[in-house]
Design a protein around this ligand. Sequence first.
Ligand SMILES: [Zn+2]
Length: 408
Amino acid sequence: MAVSICAGCGSAEVSRFFRAENVPVFCNVLWPTREEALAAPRAEIDLACCGGCGLIWNTAYDPSLVEYRARYENSLHFSPRFQQYARGLARRLIDGYHLEGARVVEIGCGQGDFLRMLAQEGCRCVGFDPSYAPKAEGRGENAPGMRIVRDYYGPQHAGEAADLVCSRHVLEHIARPLEFLAMVRRSLEPGEDSRGEPGGEASIAGGGVPVFFVEVPNAMATLVDLAVWDVIYEHCCYFTAVSLRELLERAGFEVLRVSEEFDGQFLAAEARPRRGGSVCGPDPAAVEEVMRLCGKFEMSYQEKVSNWRAQLREMSSRDRCAAAWGAGSKGVTFLNVLAPDSSVVETVVDLNPRKQGLFVPGVALQVMAPEELQSTRPDVVVVMNRVYAEEVRAMLSGLGVAAELVVA
Ligand SMILES: [Zn+2]
């Protein structure tokens, strides 16, 4: 991605503020053998922030390194806490926009976990995802009224009529987010078919205006709460409320609501196609605040990393052993950034059966089922996300594992 021009608003007022070298290209592709995990591709992160709209992006990002295939696995749906959130979200969207029986398109539906929830509520659902693997272990059946196309969503699918288009945790993976949103916006235009010609099936049911729901990680959680393990190569863009709103408006949407969800870790926006009218542009004070936080991020990051190094060395000197709970983005980043000190973490566990038995890129630790902790008996369990601390505590107690619980 270009260094000098913002991928959101085109501004040249760009400040680079954080670099990380040798990070795994994929945190969410685990490897069948230790050797492959050790040799997993690595690349560089070089973050910049735009003074025009507050968008943060990786200027060193090379999309040709990142192709989403069936091996890509980032489902969070094995966590009861996450499921509860997703179910509540499905309900809120259906109730809020009167979507009973509505047509839903999900862009980047993964294995269809969220789509299934909407289908179970009576929606007619189509999902698109290149990493869709119908026979994936632990994957539920498709609900009636639901189908998934194994493909990237593109203009060729725009004829798929929808009352709700949703896209969760996709936009941050897209190098040209404005073009992507503009493409989605065009697909919601009534009376045009997939070739952009008049006369196709309208994307509007019963005269209502289709709703677009987009959810991304909240960069404020990274910048303010120092969720530093969220800085990963797969995410080429990082959004705060101001940059997400600006991007949607530039793409031709009217933003109905932007909210922080999931304990502030996600940012969700609801929007609909804008019919004329002007927009006021990003709030300069909000952009300035993002710039200020970016300016001190490198120092806060280094401080957090050295604190963790000290903590891990202390564990090691006292012959304590640790386990990591969660082999997703945060866990993989934690283990790699803190290597070699992270070798005191002897076990990594994950609830997702599709990850178990595979090896973490870089540090090449094998992912186990949580039950494995009954035999490894760690002194400390490092939970990768504080949101899951309570459910992990309950599961550890259920397993009879008495370990000290700390949040990464
Ligand atoms: Zn910008």
